[in-house]
Structure formats: C-alpha cells, structure tokens
Design a protein around this ligand. Structure first.
Ligand SMILES: C[S@@+](CC[C@H](N)C(=O)[O-])C[C@H]1O[C@@H](n2cnc3c(N)ncnc32)[C@H](O)[C@@H]1O
Length: 749
C-alpha cells in the first residue's frame, strides 16, 4: 500500500516537473508575444510620414517645447554627451537589435509551446480591440494549477528570465525603468518621442519600431510574417499595411497624425463616376420616405422613431443624411440633379441630424458650420460613441510599467496609449470586472482617470521644475496634478477654481496623488493678477460649452443656447487677458500661457485667441509642440484670426478618437507700455452658472460657507496653544501674548 502511494507520488512529481518546464516556456513566450504584439501594434510610420509630421518648430533645439524651455536630458543623454558620443543613436540601434533578438526568441518559444499548452493558451486569449491579450496572473495561476506546475519551478533559468525582461522592457519603454521622484529622469525622456533633432529621429524609429526601411535586418514584412506565424490577428497585419500606405500618401491636406490616431479612410472615389450612383441613392431615399409608413415598422425593428406624427426608420434617415451631405459637399458636380435648392437640402439635412442624433436645431447648425457637411456627420457620429477609457500614471508615486503590471495582476486589460504620444497614459479596456476607480493603486494615488486629450494642454504648457505656475480654472485637478508631476513636486502650482463645490474634488485629487507643491485658491480667475501675479506659466483650461465632450455629457446637445455661447466667449476673453497679465514679464525660462477648451466652436477658441492678440500686442502665438492635431482656423465666416493662428491645434473625436479639444500657447513678452488696469470683470463676480450641476454646487457652497465667529475662533486658538505648551512641558497658563510678555518683563524688573 505504502509502496503504491510512493509510486503514485513519484509519478505526480514527474508529471509536475514536465508541466512546469512547459509552463515556464509558455509564460516567457506569452509575455514575449504580448510585447511583440504591442510593438507590432505600434503605428507604422515611414520616414516620409514622419518628415511630413515634423513641425518646423516643436522640440527643435534639443527637444525644447518652446524656445527658452530648458532641455530635458536623460541620464543616458548626459553621460553620452559627457563622453562626446551621440547619445541616442547607438542606443536606438541597440534597442532595435534587442527587440529583434527578442522577436527571434519569441518565435522560437512560440513554436516550442506547440500542442496542449498552446491550445490552452489560445482558449485563454482575451481579444480586445483586435489585440490579443493573455498575460495576467490569474490566467497564469490557472494554468499552473491545471498543469500541476510546482512553485519551485517558478525559479526561471537565466535565459528565460532574460527573455521575460526583454519582453517587458519592449512593452513599456525605457522611461519606465527610471526611478520615480522629484525632478527625476522620468521627465527627461518624457517628450523624447516628439523631438525633431537627429537623435530623436532615431528615437522615433526606436519608439515605433515599424519602419518601412530595414532596421537591423528586420523589415516590416518580416514583422508581419512573424505576426502571422504567431497566429496573431490578421486584422492587425492589415491595419499595419494600411498605416504603410498612409505613410506614402502625399496628398493628405490634414496635418499628418501619428498613425493609429488617423483612422485609415478609403480614398474618395472620383466624383464624376459617382453622380449616377448618388442620384440613385437620393431617389431611393425619397421613395423609401414615401413607402416608409407601410414597411418601416418591420424593417426598423427597434430603430423607428415618431417624427411629425409618423414613424420614421432611423436607418433611412441615416442613409438620407449621408447622401445629402455628399451632394452638398460636391454641389457643383451633383447639385443640378438634386431636385431641390441647396438651402432646402441643407435644411433637410440639419433637420435629419437633429432627429437622428438628438440635437437642438441651433447647436446642430452651429456644429455643422464648423465642419461642413461630410465631416460634420463624422463628428456627430463620433460624439455618440464613448472614447477609450484612459488613465494617467502619477509619476510622483510610481512608474508606468509597475502600475501596468499591478493592474494586469488584478485582471485589468490595458495597453499603452495608441500612437505612443504619451508615456504616462494607459488605455483600459472594458470587460474586466475590476472597478478601475477603486483599486488599491487608485486609492494610493498611483493614477488618475483622465481623458487622453486632457494631457495635451499640460504637455503644451510644458511646466518646468522649480517654476511658479498658475492653473486658473483647475477643478477637479487632472491638469493641476499632471503639472505638479512634471515639476517633480518642486516650485509652486497655484490651483484656482471659482466653484466652491468643485474645489472639494480638486483638493481630494491633489492629496491622493501626493502633490505637495500645490496651493489651492477659490476665487474668480478674473481676480488675477490683482491678487497675485508674477507666474512663469499659466494654464487657462477655460470653462466652456463642452461641445468636444458630448459623448460624456449628451445634455450639451439640448441645453446650450445662443446666450450661453455669448456669455462664455465673453468670460473666456476676460479670463485669458487676466491669465496673460498674470505672467511675469521677467520670467527667465517661462513666460507662457496655454489657453485650452474642450469645445470645438470657433467663438470659444480662435475668436478668443484673436481677441487676446489684439488686446495684448506683447504676446504672440507659438507652436504647441504637440505631435498631432489640426491647425486652428485662419478665418471663419469672413473673419481673419490674426498672426500665428495656424499654430493653435484642434483635436477631434472622429479623427483621433480623443475628446474634442482646442489648445493654444502664447509667449508673453515685455509690454511696450503700461497694461491698462487688469481686465476687471464686467460680468457679475459670481461664477457663471451654466447648468443645473453648477447651480447646485453654488447653492451647496453657499450653505456650506462657514460664518466666521471671531470669539469662537479665539477660544479654539487658545485651547490649541495650551495643548501645545503642555506637550512641550511648558506652563500652559503662561500668557504668551505681547501684553503677557511685557507684564513678565516688568515683573522681573
Ligand atoms: C474645463 S473645467 C476645468 C477642468 C480642469 N482644468 C481639469 O483638468 O480638471 C473649467 C473650470 O472653470 C471653472 N470656472 C468657471 N468660471 C470660472 C471663473 N470665472 N474663474 C475661475 N474658474 C472658473 C469651473 O468651475 C470649472 O471647474
């Protein structure tokens, strides 16, 4: 009996040993595959595309966001410079080599794990956004249990550990390997990616890794083959191919986006060939309309809607909108056959937009005018779709790779932000049951939930360690805390907001993220610089209509009126002048104001910027240094917007899958003559209340507002003084006041 049990035991151990060997290879291979997936998923940017993308100004001269901004140098760069080498070239080549070696290793191990293990791994793949994810510890634990993997076998051979390390560092960039901390090197490399000098060209190669040219013998084709060999999504390979073809497209009139942000769109067919087809569509849409009452019920299923007393199929409306937009956009070619006047067709289209997307005619028309017929439809559709959930890593407390690992261990599906333009952003995929706003890492302040577009104004402002900065309308503090992190908790960030209710959230975030260089104030921004000035940099992320974030707050579709836009534009102009006037004319490295909104309307953006240029001739627009975004409008409805307006940037949900945003940066020079009295509020001092929430906040704040009671305060102060004296072993009854001291001196004498 005993002998039988021993034999059984031996058999189990033997099996466990074999399974463990299998399991280790699988883990290494899976992580390596994950890394190669991410790498391959990085956008493909040919040299041509990158050259197109590089703006003449951003980050020139060693990666300075603005002339005058100190160059941020990583340790490696400094050491290399001290040695008189080109800092990044060899590193880039080395890293590319490392990756390609890693890639080869991946293939080897991938092949090695054929059979049972692979079938299991395949079962466990999570497919998110066309990217296959399979590395999380629960899965690994599960596989361990299934395969009888013993804990001793967790000890990996050097080669395997090496493979894992390579895979990890390929997944999360080198910057993540740097130690966090004040003024640390994590920001040194922060913007490496965006710099335009020679070294940075190599950084770009390095970062995106997929080049149409050969890098150390690994071609794009090889990588695609490798993907296919690893059984990875063909869709992705196709996407990579699409990026390639985009790279070679010279005819793009938009500023090129980082590939991956620029959804590959099919080339429009030549208009001439479309006339007949389009007219057929228009006809079909009309006859659909006529027959709609009979068949819409069946066809539409849940998509019909009561309109003017009759049921209308939303699919028909959508089709009609597309056709009308195309005809309007190519009126010269198609208009003659439209069968109605241009203005009637336009009116019909706007009415359809209101019906289909749920806007008031006023706002539908306003946004329609910003984009024009065809792009407007894309904008409206994108504004009905949620943006990816993103988080920003708080580099004051952790590193991106550590946070990613911790969250993956909890079962969160994530990946670095698409496009590689931020090294502190992570995209979180839905599907995991982990509440991303309540993990221990969240509570410990290792990250903040923040929309990717909200990183942009801070990147553009580029605050430096030891500076004195103002965030004029800061609540709830996404940008304040990012500024604080970029400044490494040094210098000062004055975070102001006029809403008392929202200040609570700001304070909470500042405390949770451990921002010790932040001071919070609660005044109307138009009180600056009267109450305080002399800042190196000022961020004005202005109160706005929120037309860029309709996917988050659809109430904007119906609650904004003409008057709101008028008041907002007025307030934004006043705040911007105050922001400019708050900048020190003697700031050594700074002297910048970033004006941003999460709105896409012209009166809240270019019109405000243009007003400031007129009223403050000592400021000029400079490049935002941001790697993507469309240039601001030079003119609109016959109005010209002043010099440098094309340096401002517009971001759209339908183009870059980020919230709609506007970002501009002013360099503030020395005023030629005395600036008139700081623009004093012509609106009531009360913050502008734009919606019910603001009104509630204001009402609560009024209720909460403490009535000061001097007598009670004096009692509390005295009590606390006594306690402190007692703790220090002093006589708590001794009178420490001036009068008491005087009395004691007189008594001693
Ligand atoms: C777009 S939000 C700011 C978001 C913030 N920058 C962030 O990233 O978390 C605009 C803010 O402006 C504030 N605000 C409105 N009127 C203001 C004024 N006159 N002065 C200062 N802040 C104002 C609002 O309370 C609101 O919090």
């Amino acid at each position: 009996m005993v002998a039988q049990r021993e034999r059984e035991q031996e058999r189990v151990e033997e099996e466990q040993e074999q399974a463990a060997t299998r399991g280790k290879s699988e883990t290494a291979a899976r992580l390596a595959q994950l890394a190669s997936t991410t790498l391959s998923n990085k956008p493909t940017m040919g040299r041509q595309a990158r050259t197109k993308q590089a703006d003449p100004l951003p980050f020139a001269g060693g990666g300075k966001a603005h002339p005058g901004a100190p160059e941020r140098k990583g340790k490696r760069k400094l050491v290399a410079e001290a040695k008189g080498e080109r800092a990044q070239g060899p590193r880039a080549t080395k890293r590319a080599k490392k990756v390609s070696e890693g890639g080869a290793e991946v293939k080897g191990k991938g092949k090695a794990k054929a059979g049972k293990g692979k079938a299991k791994a395949d079962q466990k793949k999570k497919v998110t956004d066309g990217v296959e994810w399979e590395s999380d510890d629960d899965d690994i634990e599960g596989m361990k249990a299934e395969d009888g993997w013993t804990d001793e076998e967790d000890e990996m051979s050097d080669a395997e550990a090496n493979g894992l390390e390579k895979a990890r560092s390929a997944l999360f960039d080198d910057v993540d390997l740097e130690e966090p901390g004040a003024g640390g090197d994590e920001y040194d490399d922060e913007f490496d990616l965006d710099r335009a000098d020679d070294d940075d060209e190599e950084d770009l190669d390095d970062e995106f890794d997929l080049d149409d040219e050969e890098v150390d013998g690994v071609t794009e084709e090889d990588e695609n083959d490798a993907l296919a060999q690893q059984g990875l999504s063909k869709k992705r390979a196709a996407r990579a191919a699409a990026y390639n073809s985009e790279d070679s497209d010279d005819s793009e009139d938009d500023l090129p986006l980082p590939a991956g942000l620029n959804p590959a769109r099919p080339d429009p067919e030549p208009i001439a060939g479309q006339v007949d087809a389009t007219m057929e569509e228009l006809e079909a849409a009309r006859s659909d309309d006529e027959g709609e009452e009979e068949d819409s019920d069946d066809e539409a299923g849940g998509m019909s809607r009561l309109q003017n007393g009759k049921l209308e199929d939303l699919r028909q409306v959508e089709k009609r909108m597309r056709t009308a937009a195309r005809v309007l956009a190519h009126w010269k070619e198609l208009g003659a056959q439209a069968g109605m006047s241009r203005s009637d067709l336009r009116e019909q289209l706007i009415s359809d937009i209101c019906q289909y997307h749920g806007y008031t005619p006023f706002l539908a028309e306003k946004l329609f005018e910003v984009f024009g017929p065809e792009e407007a439809l894309e904008f409206f559709a994108a504004s009905d779709t949620p943006r990816p959930l993103t988080i920003r890593v708080n580099t004051l407390k952790t590193r991106r790779r550590d946070l990613a690992q911790a969250l993956i261990n909890r079962g969160v599906n994530l990946q670095p932000l698409e496009g590689g333009w931020s090294k502190v952003g992570l995209q979180v995929f839905s599907g995991s049951s982990v509440p991303i706003g309540a993990t221990p890492e969240y509570l410990a302040g290792h990250y903040i939930l923040q929309a990717a577009s909200s990183f942009l104004p801070v990147m553009a402002l580029d605050p430096q360690p030891h500076e004195r900065c103002l965030d004029m309308s800061a609540a709830p503090g996404g940008k304040t805390t990012y500024m604080s992190a970029l400044m490494g908790n040094t210098g000062e960030v004055w975070a102001n907001d006029s809403s008392r209710g929202r200040i609570k959230g700001l304070g909470g975030n500042v405390a949770r993220l451990g921002c010790r260089n932040v001071v919070i104030t609660n005044v109307d921004g138009r009180e600056f610089p009267k109450i305080m000035g002399g800042f190196d940099r000022v961020l004005l992320d202005a109160p706005c209509s929120g037309t860029g974030v309709i996917s988050k707050d659809p109430s904007v579709k119906v609650n904004k009126t003409e008057r709101d836009f008028m008041l907002l534009s007025h307030l934004q102009k006043q705040l911007l002048l105050c922001a400019i006037d708050s900048v020190s004319p003697n700031s050594e490295k700074g002297g910048y104001v970033c004006y941003s909104t999460c709105s896409v309307t012209v009166e809240e953006n270019e019109a405000v910027v243009s007003y400031a240029l007129r009223k403050r001739p000592h400021v000029k627009l400079v490049d935002t240094g941001l790697p993507f975004g469309k240039p601001g409008f030079k003119s609109y409805k016959g109005k010209e917007f002043g010099k440098g307006i094309e340096l401002t940037r517009r971001f759209y949900p339908h183009v870059a899958n980020v919230d709609g945003f506007f970002v501009s940066v002013f360099k503030v020079g020395k005023p030629q003559k005395q600036i008139p009295e700081p623009a004093s509020p012509t609106l009531p001092f009360e913050p502008l209340l734009l919606n019910e929430k603001d009104e509630q906040d204001a009402a609560e704040a009024k209720e909460d507002a403490p009535a000061f009671d001097d007598a009670e305060d004096a009692k509390l102060i005295e009590e606390s003084r006594r306690k402190i004296a007692k703790r220090k072993g002093l006589n708590p009854k001794a009178d420490k006041s001036k009068a008491g001291k005087k009395a004691r001196v007189e008594k001693d004498e």
